[in-house]
Every structure is written in structure tokens, then in C-alpha cells.
Design a protein around this ligand. Structure first.
Ligand SMILES: [Zn+2]
Length: 457
């Protein structure tokens, strides 16, 4: 069978694939530091040459920052776009590295062989899993599996300033049927996962103002309104005793989890005791009728991130402050609209402010909605099957409590869904000293993409 031949080719070619990854890892493409500008261009050029060797029409495309690598190849079938990033995080503190971060090596560890170098996991090792799958496919079949666009960024670790303008200017060229992104990890280090829900975010910063100046608590205490009391009463009313957010309409656009997903998440047997135990906690503190995974993946939140006011310096000052301040943020899910949520929150807060007090809002009404992929598209189930076949464990559609901006941009700028599939592990130490990528993640990652391509093409 043709897929078997591709997988056999991947196994046989692994030493050469590692040599290629090592060559890319030796280029110190640190995007945030201008001293490495030339190295970023070099990494882009290296990838262009590698893609050309696979038959892609590839080019390093200038931006005001570091270049984008864009390549087109293959024909027919579903048009897939693959995204990865070739830039890496800075390496300091250098003295904490056991070896030169840009002198990669295979190391034997208690948990198996690892590829040790900056960028080995985030994201050079991961992006090369896809390119190596394409290489094996080409070697066996003589052509790429379908119409493919490769889109590699060099500014992901420094805020992606050129990304949206580049996507907008080249929308026609970049638009495909589906985007594939390799920059995430396995669930609990073992279960292959496709991230299909990413929470959005919106924020509010405000001041509660009472008297026109700070007051002496002997002269005014008991008579004058204390804005810290007003603020804390307001914030303590944000949730009821069961953990539900009390802002009217907050849950209006929150969809219930489909049964199929609920079952997948149950099967993941998430060890929330360990997850919380790692940070010195033990009990889930969200909505009482929700599972821990729902709390972090599929339910919205309201969190007080900061609160200040009055005298907080050394010693004591018996002041009755004139102002109290807070920062509140909301993680959003489903179809929740950041603007609608913030407007409802403002209205809810203002309705509770007593006479003689006012709320001053410090920022505009904006934010980003959640990204929810159309898992009803058969491509998602096909990819899930492909991953299950490779890893021998039922792959799952998972959520992400935080946001991965690129996935949202593919949707908002190019109108296409993204499938986030990655093979990193929690102990990869990305962004930290001694970053590594497990050799078996690299190897099985390549094999995973071959299987995904076989099913999606
Ligand atoms: Zn990354």
C-alpha cells in the first residue's frame, strides 16, 4: 500500500532527516534581537532551498521585519496550507545551558533520546516534521500528495508585526481550503491532539471615584463613602456561590459542548488533581456543574487581575481614599462577542454604583473572540483517525484555554479554519534553557503528517 511505502521511507530516512534539522538548528535565528537579523534571513533562505529540493516553487519574501517563506507545490485534491515559524526565542541566561544552544546534539536521557537545541521543539523541529513527510511522499510517489502552500514566519517569537499586513496583501495567494499549524503539543505528553477551540479575551480597567480628595478617617470615616468598599462589593458579586458569572446575558452566546466532544474529553481522564497540585492547589473553583477540562477549554471566565487603592506603603495611614481601581478580564468561548460582553459588564457595574460615586472606564471596548473550528468538516475526523493510527491512542479534539493568535488570523483574514496538530511535550522547555524535542516526537510527528496527508489529500 502506498502509505506503507511512505512510512517505510520515513523510517529509513530518519538519520538524514535529523541531519537536515540539525543544519537548520545551527542557524541562530533569534527574531527579537537585531543582531541576528542576518541569521533570520539565512534560516529563511535555508528553508527556501530545502522546499525547492522538494519541488516547491519557493521564495523568501521581504517584509518590514524578517522575511516570510512562501512556497507552492503539488496539484489537485484539497488545497492545504501549512504554517510554522523558523525564528526562535533568545537563549539567555546562557550559563544555564548544558551546551551551546546552537550546537544541536542527540542526547540520551532517562526518558529516551532527545534533540537538544534552541528551536528544537519551538518550532523548527515541529515544522520540519511536515516538510519531511512531504519529502518522503515525493520520494515514493514522485509528486506531492495534493496542492500545498507552505507559509513560514520569522517573527512569531517577537509579536508577529508583519503577519497580518502580509496576509492581507497576499490573501488571494495564501487562501486555501484548510490551514495546518504545527506549534502545539500532545495532551498530557501522550495523547495525540487536534486543538479546535481557543478562547478569546477582552479586558476592562476602571476606577471607582467617591470624594473629591482623600479623607481623614477620623473626621469622615463612617460618614463618607469608601470607594474600596464599593469596588470590592461590586467585584465580589461578579460570581454567585456556584461559580456562575452574574453579568446579565453573559452566557447567551455560549454553546453547550457537543456530546461527542464531551465523551472524548471524558476519555482523556484529565488528572486535574495533578494539574492543580503542581501549583499548590487541590480543588477546581469554577462552575460547580462543569468538569475541570470544560472550565479551562469551553467555559467563559471573569477574573479580577488586579485591584488597588488607598495607602499601601510601609507603616499605616488612616486614609479614606477617594479612588479605587481594578483590572478585570474575560476569557470568551463560542460566539461570545467581546464588545457585547464589555458593554453588558459596564452596564451591570454602573447599575450598582451608589449615588456620590462614579465609574471611570480607562480603555476602549475591544478584544478578540474565541476561535472555534468546524469539526463537522470531515477533514477533522479524518485527521483524528490518522493520528489515532500512528500513536495507538484515540486522538482527541481539545481546547486551549489561552489564545494562539495565528489560528484566529487564518479565520478572520483568510476565512479558513485551522487544524492545530503538534507533537511537543510539556517538559520541552521551550523559551527556556536546554530546550529539547523528543526524538520519538520528531519521528512519529513525520509519520503522523504522512498519515494526515494520505487522508486529507
Ligand atoms: Zn512556537
Amino acid at each position: 500500500m502506498s502509505l506503507d511505502a511512505v512510512l517505510a521511507r520515513i523510517d529509513k530516512d530518519l538519520p538524514e532527516a535529523l541531519d537536515r534539522l540539525m543544519a537548520l538548528l545551527r542557524i541562530p535565528s533569534i527574531s527579537t534581537d537585531p543582531a541576528y537579523r542576518g541569521d533570520c534571513a539565512k534560516a529563511a533562505d535555508w528553508l527556501v532551498e530545502d522546499l525547492k529540493s522538494l519541488g516547491f516553487d519557493a521564495a523568501s519574501r521581504p517584509t518590514p521585519g524578517h522575511p516570510m517563506v512562501v512556497a507552492h507545490g503539488g496539484a489537485g485534491g484539497r488545497h492545504l496550507l501549512f504554517y510554522g515559524h523558523y525564528d526562535v526565542q533568545p537563549v539567555d541566561p546562557l550559563e544555564l545551558w548544558a551546551r551551546d544552544p546552537f550546537d544541536p546534539a542527540i542526547e540520551e536521557t532517562a526518558k529516551g533520546k532527545v534533540i537538544r537545541a534552541r528551536g528544537s521543539s519551538d518550532d523548527k523541529g515541529q515544522l520540519m516534521t511536515f516538510l519531511e513527510a512531504c519529502r518522503a511522499w515525493k520520494a515514493v510517489h514522485g509528486s506531492l500528495p495534493c496542492k500545498l502552500t507552505i507559509f513560514l514566519e520569522g517573527e512569531e517569537e517577537s509579536g508577529s508585526p508583519s503577519l497580518i499586513p502580509f496576509m492581507q496583501e497576499n490573501a488571494g495567494e495564501l487562501r486555501a481550503d484548510l490551514a495546518l499549524i504545527c506549534d502545539t503539543g500532545l495532551f498530557e505528553d501522550a495523547v495525540p491532539a487536534i486543538t479546535t477551540m481557543l478562547r478569546g479575551l477582552c479586558k476592562a480597567e476602571f476606577t471607582v471615584r467617591a470624594a473629591s480628595r482623600d479623607l481623614h478617617s477620623g473626621m469622615y470615616g463612617g460618614l463618607a463613602r469608601n470607594p474600596i468598599h464599593v469596588l470590592t462589593r461590586l467585584l465580589s458579586g461578579l460570581h454567585d456561590a456556584e461559580g456562575r458569572v452574574q453579568v446579565p446575558g453573559f452566557y447567551d452566546d455560549v454553546a453547550e459542548l457537543p456530546d461527542a466532544l464531551r465523551q472524548q474529553w471524558q476519555a482523556l481522564a484529565f488528572d486535574h488533581a495533578k494539574y492543580l497540585g503542581d501549583v499548590g492547589l487541590s480543588l477546581p473553583a469554577g462552575e460547580v456543574d462543569r468538569t475541570p477540562l470544560e472550565m479551562i477549554w469551553s467555559r467563559p471566565t471573569a477574573e479580577v487581575n488586579g485591584i488597588w487603592g488607598g495607602y499601601t506603603g510601609a507603616g499605616f495611614k488612616t486614609v479614606l481614599p477617594s479612588e479605587a481601581h481594578a483590572k478585570v478580564s474575560f476569557r470568551l468561548v463560542s460566539r461570545q462577542d467581546p464588545e457585547k460582553v464589555l458593554k453588558s459588564f459596564r452596564k451591570w457595574a454602573e447599575a450598582q454604583i451608589p449615588a456620590d460615586c462614579e465609574i471611570i472606564w480607562h480603555d476602549g471596548i475591544e478584544g478578540s473572540p474565541a476561535s472555534v473550528m468546524e469539526i463537522g468538516d470531515p477533514a477533522f475526523e479524518a485527521a483524528r483517525q490518522a493520528l489515532t493510527d500512528e500513536w495507538g491512542r484515540a486522538a482527541a479534539f481539545v481546547g486551549s484555554g489561552g489564545s494562539i493568535p495565528i489560528a484566529g488570523y487564518f479565520k478572520t483574514v483568510l476565512g479558513m479554519d485551522a487544524m492545530l496538530i503538534g507533537f511537543g511535550r510539556d517538559d520541552d522547555q521551550i523559551h527556556s534553557p536546554n530546550e529539547k524535542y523528543d526524538l520519538d516526537c520528531f519521528h512519529k510527528g513525520i509519520r503522523s503528517w504522512a498519515r494526515v496527508l494520505a487522508r486529507l489529500a
